[in-house]
Design a protein around this ligand. Structure first.
Ligand SMILES: Cc1cc2nc3c(=O)[nH]c(=O)nc-3n(C[C@H](O)[C@H](O)[C@H](O)COP(=O)(O)OP(=O)(O)OC[C@H]3O[C@@H](n4cnc5c(N)ncnc54)[C@H](O)[C@@H]3O)c2cc1C
Length: 488
């Protein structure tokens, strides 16, 4: 390790690695310091159950990753990343009825929704006119949108709660439930303002490109980012949990891929009390309880079409999902949680031995909970796939405390960087014109606790790197979508 760098990045998650790669591409000398022995943060894949079964420890399905303008800029597919797109993004099983599938065009999905066909098409189709620009606008901090009218429409619909939008637009349970499953990625009650924006974002994204998994595991995304980093000379230092800025070599800027509370601890001595107070008030939100399964065969869904989807939203009707998410928010453990199930091995044969499958399921739980949700999660899957338990060869549990031990940014098991509600979505971690900056001009936050928030897309890293490059190095960073627009 040298004694001086242009930039030091603390944390090698997708945002830290994206920032490091972008800074190094601009010719800066960059060091990445990571607490864990392996790199990738939420992008690691391990044999958690039995030999030959490769499980995504955290992130699994890359709805935003495959559309990310930052990943496009870094040409991750040229660096070995392969997206495996399923026939359907989502399957949503319902008791005693056919499952609903989010797939293909809005007309194809709408055909599953009976009387709500026209409403569904009317809701989604306008957003598909200029998908690249829309995604770039959605995955950005507040500012001048590329598509002002389209974004105004999105905001007008998305500002409301998922309940308002689903019950205002749709007459039938199928459409409402499908929307609830997409909106529940907000990790908050579906009666909260802005939860409709999550439902819309996830549904629209599924019509741009079916929600993919990464061939070889989510680790493959980190590996592609690392290839770009190495190509541009980024140095990597692993197994170093940074507790103070004093532990770092000298540099012109430091970018931290950490939670706000960690920022306050690491950089406390250079940050004013008022800013530290704001960071201390930042809300992390519910935690996560996860199960990984080695399975003797595919999950035996009653509706076999569920096998076509990378993600199965298991929770039943809109009201059931809303009740589960509200209970979690209120500190309870619902008997029938909303469960996200993913089926990577259906679309990527590298995940399990021939004829076998991996299973992945998690639900939200109160922050820091130590409650074992195994029976509740498996009960929900059995409800729509009787005989599921008999297929389990081995299971692995991750409680909120395990997530925090695994990654110090997952405080209390909260895995998406903090509550993304009206109070924190755009002003994370605090109200500043440049949300990546801090009162210390040398320091930047580049984690999912900045806009646009949680998920594997690297856009927090992009905007933090852009800010540091502009202020300290006089360089301008552009997304491919903007370069293309400028040249037409
Ligand atoms: C169970 C689960 C399921 C998920 N599913 C999906 C999904 O399907 N799709 C999706 O897009 N997203 C998903 N996510 C969310 C996604 O993983 C995160 O949004 C994403 O990883 C955030 O990236 P990041 O770079 O901001 O932070 P992280 O990925 O959290 O990386 C931060 C890195 O910083 C390191 N670090 C922290 N503190 C320090 C320190 N003090 N010193 C040194 N290093 C430090 C950590 O070890 C870690 O490597 C899921 C997350 C979990 C846990």
């Amino acid at each position: 390790m040298a004694d001086r760098y242009d930039a030091v990045v603390v944390g090698a998650g997708p945002n830290g690695l994206t920032a490091a790669a972008l800074l190094a591409r601009e010719g800066l000398g960059v060091l990445v310091v990571e607490a864990s022995e392996d790199l990738g943060g939420g992008l690691r894949t391990r044999e958690l159950t039995l030999p030959g079964f490769r499980h995504d420890v955290c992130s699994a399905v890359h709805t935003m990753g495959c559309l990310s303008p930052a990943f496009e800029l870094l040409e991750l597919t040229r660096h070995g990343l392969r997206w495996q797109h399923p026939p359907a993004s989502v399957a949503h099983p319902l008791d005693g009825e056919q499952a609903v599938l989010l797939r293909g065009s809005p007309a194809e999905t709408g055909a599953e929704l009976g009387a709500d066909l026209a409403s569904y098409r009317g809701l989604i189709e306008p957003f598909l006119a200029r998908p690249r620009e829309l995604i770039a606008d959605l995955l950005a901090p507040l500012g001048l949108p590329r598509q002002p009218l389209l974004l105004a429409r999105f905001g007008w619909l998305g500002l409301r709660s998922a309940r308002q939008l689903a019950f205002g637009r749709f007459q039938g349970e199928a459409a409402r439930a499908l929307f609830a499953g997409c909106a529940a990625h907000a990790v908050q009650p579906l009666e909260h303002a802005l939860t409709a924006a999550f439902g819309l974002t996830f549904a629209v994204a599924g019509h741009i490109a079916a929600w993919p998994v990464a061939r070889g595991g989510s680790q493959a995304i980190a590996d592609a980012l690392l290839r770009v980093c190495r190509e541009h000379g980024v140095e990597l230092s692993v197994g170093r949990h940074v507790r103070s800025l004093r532990e770092l070599p000298a540099s012109r800027v430091v970018l931290l891929d950490v939670a706000p509370r960690q920022l306050s601890e690491i950089a406390g001595e250079v940050l004013p009390d008022s800013f530290r107070y704001e960071l201390s008030r930042y809300r992390m939100g519910p935690g996560c309880f996860k199960l990984d399964f080695a399975l003797d065969g595919p999950i035996p869904w009653l509706d076999e079409r569920c096998a076509l989807a990378s993600t199965v939203h298991v929770g039943g009707t809109f009201d059931e999902i809303a009740a589960a998410e509200k209970a979690t928010w209120d500190g309870e453990h619902p008997a029938r949680p909303f469960v996200m199930v993913t089926q990577q091995s259906h679309f990527d044969e590298t995940r399990a031995p021939a004829g076998k499958h991996t299973g992945y399921a998690y639900c939200h739980v109160p922050n820091g909970s130590s409650h074992d949700m195994t029976a509740a999660i498996e009960g929900q899957i059995e409800r729509f796939a009787p005989g599921f338990r008999e297929r389990i060869l081995a299971r692995h549990r991750l409680f909120p405390r395990d997530f925090e031990a695994y990654n110090p940014s997952y405080i209390g098991g909260a895995v998406t960087g903090g509550v993304a509600d009206a109070g924190q979505l755009f002003t994370r971690p605090s109200l500043r014109l440049d949300p990546y900056s801090t009162p210390d001009p040398r320091l930047y936050l580049c984690s999912q606790s900045t806009p646009p928030g949680g998920g594997v897309h690297g856009m927090c890293g992009f905007y933090a790197a852009r800010s540091a490059l502009r202020r300290h190095f006089g360089k301008r960073l552009q997304l491919p979508v903007d370069t293309a627009r400028a040249s037409t």
